[in-house]
Design a protein around this ligand. Structure first.
Ligand SMILES: Cc1cc2nc3c(=O)[nH]c(=O)nc-3n(C[C@H](O)[C@H](O)[C@H](O)COP(=O)(O)OP(=O)(O)OC[C@H]3O[C@@H](n4cnc5c(N)ncnc54)[C@H](O)[C@@H]3O)c2cc1C
Length: 241
């Protein structure tokens, strides 16, 4: 079996994995990032609309907090919502630092998509991050599927996977960042990329980690998912202010 060694293994190359890998490298660590396809591709991030609700000059942190708690109908964990609201502006600054083109909008930011561009906003979001990774010391291992974590005395110290050619491999690491996404795939009808199955949650459960709030998945009403009607687009009503 092929064996690899690194300080930090990042499982998943969507937005969470790409940013984690860049930040871990910035901290001086040896990083290996893996994904099921080409790094950044086949991810939900690459499909996304690239709209972020974050406080800005028109939308205060207090308003963001209030709006999020209200849409959560009192079920949100206020502590987490507060942390999310607090950290939002920094996350946007970080994206800009890494070269992601973002524009301020009324209640947040959107990925700046040039008029007439055929690329999805999510692809425009990923491109500069992948370019940064390619210029860094981070090792990229595309086409690898992780099927189990190595856990010793409660610590994740690597993972087992299948390489592109189907051969098994063992990756030993001092730390593992699980950024495999995909909770929407718990539902039979969802708008995930087909390969994003939520298998990261299985890896976590098998490693003894607790998972929570998996039922809170947002479904954007984009298509009517009935047999023979799969192309009927649904748009939410536009509210005029
Ligand atoms: C159609 C659509 C539109 C959206 N629009 C927006 C929007 O406008 N704004 C917004 O904030 N959010 C939006 N979202 C949600 C957003 O895209 C996701 O929440 C976000 O991209 C998740 O990022 P991630 O890095 O966690 O996971 P993903 O981008 O899904 O990446 C998961 C990665 O994990 C890898 N992986 C998974 N399992 C394994 C395994 N076993 N072994 C190896 N690798 C594995 C995959 O190959 C992939 O690289 C949208 C989602 C969809 C589907």
């Amino acid at each position: 079996m092929e064996e690899l060694n690194t300080d930090v293994l990042v499982i998943g190359s969507g937005l969470a994995g790409l940013l984690s890998a860049l930040e871990a490298e910035r901290a001086g660590l040896r990083v290996l990032i893996v994904g099921k396809f080409a790094i950044g591709m086949g991810t939900n991030t690459s499909l996304a609309n690239g709209a972020f609700t974050v406080s800005n000059s028109h939308f205060s942190k207090e308003d963001h907090l209030q709006a999020t708690l209200e849409s959560g109908k009192g079920l949100n964990q206020a502590r987490r919502v507060k942390a999310f609201v607090e950290k939002g502006p920094d996350a946007i600054r970080k994206l800009k630092d890494y070269g992601v083109p973002v524009l301020e909008k009324r209640m947040g930011y959107i990925v700046d998509r040039p008029e007439g561009s055929s690329q999805l906003p999510g692809c425009l979001l990923i491109k500069p991050l992948v370019e940064r990774l390619k210029d860094s010391s981070v090792k990229l291992l595309p086409g690898l599927i992780i099927f189990d974590l190595v856990v010793e005395e409660g610590k994740a110290l690597g993972a087992f996977g299948f390489l592109k050619d189907g051969k098994p491999c063992l990756i030993q690491s001092r730390a593992v960042i699980l950024s495999a996404g995909g909770a929407g795939a718990i539902y039979r009808r969802n708008d995930n990329q087909r390969s994003i199955l939520g298998d990261g949650y299985t890896l976590a459960l098998r490693a003894g980690l607790p998972v929570f709030d998996l039922e809170f998945v947002q479904f954007y009403p984009f298509v009517l998912g009935e047999p023979r009607l799969s192309c009927f687009l649904l748009y939410p009503p536009i509210q005029k202010k």
